[in-house]
Design a protein around this ligand. Structure first.
Ligand code: HOZ
Length: 428
């Protein structure tokens, strides 16, 4: 059996950086990435047989835990009936219907394979609908690796210090207006200057890709109002927050509805699936009804859809899961804060439901500039110390931790115990 180190050495010979997505490479925290063999509930086991309590949850999808029985059974049933038709199935309609019931701004939904694809399509649709070119985004928000949004981007792009990616042409980047998160004045100024050219504003209603950053009171309402006043569309990227911070996402939690919603992660039950939706008059601009082209051989893939439906069916029929997640996550957050105080390590704990980030700094953290003040070297030492104690955390300061319904109070308390020791260890 290979060790993680050996597996990584071999992977690097065949895959750029040894990984199929940069944040997995552990470059921000150092050390060797963990190669996983299996996962069950909130626990994951690496190829060396070591078990960890997992707070990555595949970067958000596993709200019900790994290898959840009903999801696995649904996948097996669907796969036995064929892994793909490239033609409509009734389960796609069922998934779209469920999303439409939970997201009142969505009258029509189109399924895609990834959040990146859904965002890219939503932007094209906004441009096609408004006949305008420019888009407004916020520094530190990450919307997948879409060319026009890899400007001041969060997640891996931020972690590796390349928020403006190579390969994005100046012509594409010049249509992207980047503003500071939580700054309504900046939004007003941008619309005063370019309002007639702006097709849409896109944001994460709770940012999760510069670490968790909550919207300040009134921010979402103001952005929605200013955007609409100019005739542009307001897009909420709820890939991370959808079905996570509430069944109806952040738009339900903060009671602000967008024109277009982008979903991913949880709606695929851990399989590659995402979606975008909105009012019929906008969505019906998509081909084959309208002039905005969008397509995909594997879009609405029956195996992915079955996994997503199994996940959503459980979340919708057991809404008490969200109350339980809140209690577990609050306990974890409080435990981490206490442990940090005891160790004399300044931490600003940001949390929205079961998404949280302990920023290694005093805070408050309201935007990307604030997030960047974190002590990333100390975070790296903390990450390594936690890994040694059997806790698997996102390998970057600028990511969200996810608590799942498979976590127990015992898991949370074991994590806090590990954090207490790790914080002392990394205090120096
Ligand atoms: N949205 C995910 C975390 N920020 C992306 C994971 C990845 O890039 O692999």
């Amino acid at each position: 059996m290979a060790t993680n180190h050996e597996a990584f050495d071999e992977a690097r010979q065949f895959i750029p950086g040894g990984v199929n997505s940069p944040v997995r490479a552990f470059r921000a925290v150092g050390g060797t990435p963990v190669f996983f063999a299996s996962g069950f509930g909130c626990k994951v086991t690496d190829i060396e047989g070591r078990e960890y309590i997992d707070y990555v949850g595949s970067w958000g999808p596993h709200i019900l835990g790994h290898a959840q029985e009903k999801i696995v059974n649904a996948i097996a049933r669907a796969a036995r009936a064929s892994t793909s038709f490239g033609a409509p199935t009734v389960s796609e309609t069922a998934l779209a219907k469920a999303i439409i019931e939970d997201y009142p701004n969505c009258e029509r939904v189109r399924l895609t394979n990834s959040g990146t694809e859904a965002v890219m399509s939503a932007l094209r649709l906004a441009r096609g609908f408004t006949h305008r070119s420019k888009i407004v985004k916020f520094a530190g928000c990450y919307h997948g690796h879409v060319d026009s949004l890899l400007v001041a981007a969060g997640s891996g792009a931020l972690t590796f210090g390349s928020p403006d990616s190579g390969g994005v042409t100046p012509a594409v980047a010049q249509d992207t207006i980047v503003l500071p998160y939580n700054d309504v004045d900046a939004v007003e100024r941008a619309f005063a200057q370019w309002g007639a050219e702006i097709a849409c504003t896109i944001l994460e209603p709770v940012a999760g890709n510069m670490g968790v950053v909550l919207p300040v009171r009134g921010f979402l309402e103001s952005v929605a109002a200013i955007t609409r006043e100019s005739g542009a569309l307001f897009i909420m990227d709820e890939v991370m927050t959808g079905y996570r911070v509430a069944l109806g996402g952040a738009q339900q939690l903060f009671n602000v509805l967008p024109d277009l919603t982008v979903l991913g992660k949880i709606i695929g039950g851990g399989m590659p699936l995402a979606a975008f939706g909105g009012r019929a008059e906008i969505m019906d601009q998509l081909a084959p009804l309208g002039p905005v082209y969008q397509a995909g051989t594997l879009s609405g893939n029956p195996v992915a859809v079955s996994a997503g439906l199994a996940a959503l069916t459980q979340l919708r029929s057991h809404r008490e899961i969200y109350a339980r997640l809140e209690v577990l996550s609050a306990r974890l957050a409080a435990g981490l804060s206490d442990a940090a105080e005891a160790a004399g390590v300044p931490i600003y704990l940001a949390r929205c439901g079961s998404m949280l980030t302990p920023f290694f700094q005093q805070g408050p953290v309201r935007n990307l500039d604030h997030a960047k003040k974190s002590d990333t070297a100390r975070f790296s030492r903390f990450h390594a110390a936690m890994l040694k104690r059997g806790v698997y955390l996102p390998p970057s300061q600028f990511e969200a931790w996810f608590v799942s319904n498979a976590h127990t109070f015992k898991d949370i308390d074991a994590t806090v115990d590990a954090a207490r020791e790790s914080l002392v260890e990394c205090a120096a």
